[in-house]
Design a protein around this ligand. Structure first.
Ligand code: PMP
Length: 346
């Protein structure tokens, strides 16, 4: 395994930090008269604090992904995981992070929130990694964030390129795999045993169909997880969300069947778009959305909205001029999109 000095990467004050210890951290048994957490004793579904370490959820998710539960941190959405990584490793006003462009807009927001400079390196003409440019921009950086499959382009990034970056860069490499379950190729999780500097983030918001419960997962070497646990808010994932996520993991065949349906619908949308005169280019996708180029994205966007169909206008994103991003909906929703798109005459 490629090893890195995780302590040395950690922010000074976090290295010295003692995490908050909650009542539920100090006594973890299930039986007893619980008079330790200043809770309201009258029983309801939610009168008790939830498990701050989300043990059951971690154990089930670890089994699903073939990793160990001490390699997991659960967050209030994967956005929280990303924020924790910024806060644990990047010194505000001093450190800098590298990412790709175009990519998920939240990286910039999180960098700004944490007063960390973000350098964005352009993807190549196929929206894939320019390894040399990334490595050149990363000298002295704390972290590189890569999104694969990438949002808004939809494509998986080349795995060998990611491995070369992991090999040559001595900071953290965070691979955001929010859309990985829609891809036909393997997750970067397979590489966790080879690179101590790899962190992967995943989410219940997409393939699991649970954006409303705000559950995201960070997966990395346990030393990285231990650092993040020092700054994690004690009860960051509420009890109802933990229960619902666990429930979904218990019905994983339903998730698999929905993914299959969405991939079929995705093919149907791609086929439709490829046969439209108005569509200049349909980009390859491994996610639950399709990026496509038209002559005038603003006009198409407005016409679609007028007919009650909302897509995402990505024309202002780097390299995405006149591009619209279409999420894969149900069969009926996709039919409606196609029906309306067909009638637009620009
Ligand atoms: N990463 C990517 C690439 C995303 O597109 C999104 C949501 N659009 C997220 C992370 C955020 O996911 P979550 O709902 O888990 O916070």
């Amino acid at each position: 395994m490629k090893a890195i000095n995780i302590e040395a990467l950690t922010r000074d004050n976090v290295r010295r930090l003692t995490p908050y210890s909650s009542a539920r951290d100090e006594f973890t048994g299930a039986e007893g008269v619980f008079l330790d957490a200043n809770e309201n004793p009258f029983p309801s579904k939610v009168n008790r604090y939830p498990d701050p370490q989300q043990r059951e959820l971690k154990s089930k998710f670890a089994d699903l992904r073939g990793v160990r539960k001490d390699q997991l941190i659960i967050g209030n959405g994967s956005d929280e995981i990303l924020d924790l990584v910024f806060r644990a490793f990047c010194e505000p006003g001093k450190d800098f992070v590298v990412t790709i462009k175009p990519s998920y807009g939240m990286y910039k927001v999180l960098a700004n929130m944490n007063d960390v400079k973000l350098s964005e390196v352009a993807l190549d003409h196929n929206f894939d990694l320019d390894v040399d440019a990334i490595l050149a921009a990363s000298e002295g950086a704390k972290m590189i964030i890569l999104c694969s499959p990438n949002n808004p382009t939809g494509n998986l990034l080349n795995k060998d390129s990611i491995k070369e970056i992991l090999e040559k860069f001595n900071g953290l490499v965070l691979v955001d795999e929010a859309y990985i379950d829609f891809a036909d190729k393997a997750s970067m999780l397979d590489e966790l045993t080879n690179y101590q500097n790899l962190m992967v983030s995943q989410t219940f918001s997409k393939a699991f169909g649970m954006a409303g419960i705000r559950v995201g997962v960070g997966i990395a070497h346990e030393e990285i997880i231990n650092i993040l646990n020092r700054i994690k808010p004690p009860y960051n994932v509420n009890g109802i969300s933990q229960e619902m996520a666990l429930n979904r993991l218990g019905r994983i065949e339903e998730v698999a069947s929905e993914i299959t349906q969405l991939k079929l619908e995705r093919s149907r949308l791609i086929n439709f778009l490829e046969h439209q005169d108005a569509v200049i280019r349909v980009y390859p996708t491994d996610a639950n959305f399709v990026l496509f180029k038209v002559s005038d994205a603003n006009k198409y966007y407005d016409r679609l909205v007028e007919k009650g169909v909302i897509v995402r206008n990505r024309t202002s994103a780097f390299g995405c001029e006149n591009c619209l991003r279409l999420s894969v909906g149900t069969k009926e929703e996709n039919n409606r999109f196609m029906e309306v798109f067909d009638t637009i005459n620009i």
